[in-house]
Every structure is written in structure tokens, then in C-alpha cells.
Design a protein around this ligand. Structure first.
Ligand code: SF4
Length: 188
């Protein structure tokens, strides 16, 4: 059985790929770019995925282009709801690619993160699965959080410190009137 797995970044991919492969699934990755800002950060995360994929012999499809403008146009005036749009776009794009490539399932490494809205991702994934006809493979990968963090540190993978969009970067670092947080190191 073949699964197309949306990869949000290198570190978050470690545990889900290991788990899916241990279930005898043939995993291929898909790296989505439009929600990762600025562009240089997107390239840094993509390079990390590329280097990890080489290490574990994983085939990955990398999204072409970089539609920062489209992303912003779709969330402006709805910034507080932006994650719904973002999850939906990433999962829908993954599912459509999976359909074209005749995959049996699609899934996402977003299900690994303790910082994402897990239940919402599950429900959007299932809904996208119904509308595209490709089943969403759900698993709560958060149980491997610690293991994934430790492995990514051992491998010295780049670990980003904010989710992806410019809004999340502001939420992570903008502290009016307070000491600024450190800018290195992933959210933990
Ligand atoms: S915070 Fe993360 S999930 Fe939400 S819109 Fe930004 S990049 Fe997407």
C-alpha cells in the first residue's frame, strides 16, 4: 500500500515516516512551500528535508513555485482563522497529488506536532479524503514527540522556531515591552 505523506519539515517527519514504514507502507513525501515565510526560511526547511530524505532513502515531491501572495490574499482579514485555510490547502493539495499518483492513502506530519490543532487537522483530513476519494490515514504521531526531537538533535537537523507563516513568526518573537525570546532552537 502506498501513502503520500505531507512533510511540514525535516524534524517532524522522523517519527511519522518511521512509524508508517514499520507498518509496511510504501511512503513518499510531499513538501508544500506556500505557507513558509520568508522564502529563505522555506529554502532552509526544504534543504533540511532533502538532506534527511537522502539519509533515509525517501522519495519526495517538492512543490514548485512559491505563492506567498496567494497565501496572504486568502487569509487577510481572517488572520485568526488562517490555520483552517492553511491546513485545508496543504491537505487538499496532498490528496489531489495522491489521487493523480494512485496512492492508497494520504497523511501529514502535522499530526506529529504538539503545537498544531490536532483535532482540526484530523477532521479536515477526513473531510478532504471524502471529497477527493483518497482515504486520509490518521494516526496520533504525537506519542513519538520526544523520540523525534532527540533524533533530530542527534542528526543536527535544522529545527525551526516558528510554525511557518509571517503571522506565526510575529507571535513567536514579538514581545512588546518584554525581553525578546531567543531566536534559535525549535519550539519545545
Ligand atoms: S500558524 Fe502555521 S498552520 Fe497556522 S497559518 Fe501559519 S503556517 Fe499555517
Amino acid at each position: 500500500m502506498k501513502v503520500l505523506l505531507h512533510l511540514c519539515c525535516g524534524p517532524c517527519s522522523i517519527y511519522p515516516i518511521k512509524t508508517l514504514r514499520s507498518g509496511d507502507l510504501d511512503v513518499m513525501g510531499f513538501f508544500y512551500r506556500h505557507n513558509i515565510h520568508p522564502y529563505t526560511e522555506c529554502l532552509k526547511r526544504q534543504e533540511t528535508v532533502q538532506s534527511y530524505a537522502r539519509r533515509i532513502d525517501l522519495r519526495v515531491i517538492y512543490q514548485e513555485g512559491y505563492d506567498l501572495e496567494g497565501f496572504l490574499q486568502n487569509v487577510v482579514y481572517r488572520e485568526t482563522d488562517r490555520c483552517n485555510y492553511c491546513y485545508h490547502e496543504r491537505l487538499r493539495t496532498t490528496a489531489l497529488l495522491a489521487k493523480r499518483g494512485k496512492f492508497d492513502y494520504f497523511s501529514t506530519t502535522l499530526l506529529y506536532s504538539k503545537f498544531q490543532k490536532h483535532d482540526r487537522i484530523k477532521s479536515i483530513g477526513e473531510s478532504v479524503g471524502r471529497s477527493t476519494g483518497v482515504p486520509f490515514l490518521y494516526e496520533d504521531f504525537r506519542k513519538g514527540w520526544k523520540e523525534g526531537v532527540e533524533t533530530s538533535k542527534e542528526l543536527q537537523l535544522y529545527r525551526q522556531s516558528y510554525c511557518g507563516c509571517i503571522y506565526s513568526e510575529k507571535e513567536r518573537f514579538y514581545r512588546p515591552g518584554k525581553a525578546q525570546p531567543k531566536r534559535d532552537g525549535i519550539m519545545e
